[in-house]
Design a protein. Structure first.
Length: 295
């Protein structure tokens, strides 16, 4: 309602009030993810068979590169600053998960997948490969290998072309062509998709994070783009979190964008924290149900 009011003010207000209305619209369209409410703040769905967490990312971008160096383009590999606070990647803290669209598995990842040093990774790369750079406590960073030791990637609201060793910033990496189960485009098309968008930035971007951009380059599917799917009706996507052979939990979402955002958040905070969050959520929901039953 606040956004509608601001838009109406922007249209109807006299000239001297235009700026105030514009500022209100600007504020509303840059709301942070943490500020976007779900349908029920406790995640309780009275009409469902069990607990369900709904998440909305309507206004916010996944700024997955906050941990990357702001001056990435200005440092050659030998003079790149060292981030002494960065923890090495711990594969044991990586959460195994799968994404389903209705009954079809469209993404699957086993925990503890091997990762390589940037130099060893380069020896295995082929043009069109999807790369993922990982470090504990940080969002994974995705890129498209385009040949000649270079990658194209979305970094700080701009699509850039850099050397792989610069982009990795010392993080380990891996080739992740097989995580998404879609049919890949020919390598030359993947490379062209990536190179054609170098220099795109800010409001001209069609992707919320480096993973969405890289996956779109390889598969060309609209659901990786911002607004690629309509967020109405039943939630067709499921994110299955696999904690062990006998313990798992399923979250439901309206579009692939939202699933990817939540999956990446889980990667950033780690398996143990995700388990604790889920336990706290289920305990709170159980308490809420008991309270409503008593009342």
């Amino acid at each position: 309602e606040g956004q509608k009011l601001a838009l109406r003010l922007l249209i109807e207000a006299p000239e001297e009030s235009q700026r105030a209305a514009e500022l209100q619209v600007e504020k509303l369209t840059h709301i942070n993810y943490a500020e976007v409410p779900t349908s029920d703040p406790n995640g309780f769905d009275p009409d469902g068979d069990g607990t369900r967490i709904g998440v909305s990312y309507i206004f916010s971008n996944d700024d997955d590169d906050q941990d990357q160096d702001e001056n990435l383009d200005h440092f050659p590999p030998e003079s790149r600053p060292v981030n002494h606070g960065e923890k090495p990647f711990d594969p044991e803290d990586e959460l195994e998960c799968a994404i389903y669209y209705r009954d079809e598995c469209v993404y699957g990842r086993s925990s503890g997948a091997a990762s390589l040093s940037p130099e060893n990774l380069l020896a295995k790369c082929r043009p069109g490969d999807l790369l993922e750079f990982v470090a504990t406590g940080q969002y994974p960073h995705w890129a498209v290998y385009v040949g000649d030791f270079q990658v194209v990637h979305l970094h700080r609201a701009e699509i850039k072309n850099n050397f792989l060793t610069d982009v990795s910033q010392g993080k380990k990496g891996r080739i992740v062509n097989g995580l998404y189960r879609h049919r890949a485009l020919p390598p030359e098309v993947i490379v062209r998709n990536a190179m054609d968008h170098v220099g795109t930035r800010d409001r001209d971007l069609c992707w919320r994070n480096s993973e969405c951009f890289a996956a779109w380059c390889r598969f060309g599917r609209r659901e990786f783009k911002i607004g690629g799917e309509i967020r109405i009706g039943k939630q067709p996507y499921k994110l299955k979190l696999l904690f062990s052979e006998k313990k798992s939990h399923i979250l439901e979402f309206q579009c692939l964008e939202d699933v990817i955002m939540e999956k990446r958040r889980n990667d950033q905070i780690g398996k143990d924290v995700v388990m604790q969050e889920l336990a706290n959520h289920l305990n709170a929901t159980h308490g809420l149900k008991e309270e409503r039953f008593v009342n």
